[in-house]
Write a protein that binds this ligand. Structure first.
Ligand code: ZN
Length: 80
């Protein structure tokens, strides 16, 4: 049974609940509202991962290799 993060649309309270595929959404433990939204939990936020990739590339460039670039990007860099 997966555990999901929910946020109440009514009072904004965030909570975790175990949910079965067929069961209805849980009620908010703070206000008992069933207007709750399931939070989509991503391992890394898109903006954050871009920043990580950028910093890895800067590091690689500083070290004089292009291991963090794709083959296409490497070709462009070598041409330029
Ligand atoms: Zn609530």
């Amino acid at each position: 049974m997966p555990m999901y993060d929910f946020q109440c649309q009514h009072c904004g309270h965030g909570f975790e609940a175990l949910v079965r595929g067929s069961s209805p959404l849980p009620a908010c433990p703070a206000c008992a509202s069933t207007e709750v939204g399931r939070q989509v939990s991503a391992p890394v936020a898109p903006g954050k991962s871009k920043a990580i990739i950028a910093s890895n590339r800067r590091l690689a460039a500083a070290q004089g290799h292009f291991s963090n670039f794709t083959p296409g990007e490497r070709a462009k860099l070598l041409k330029g």
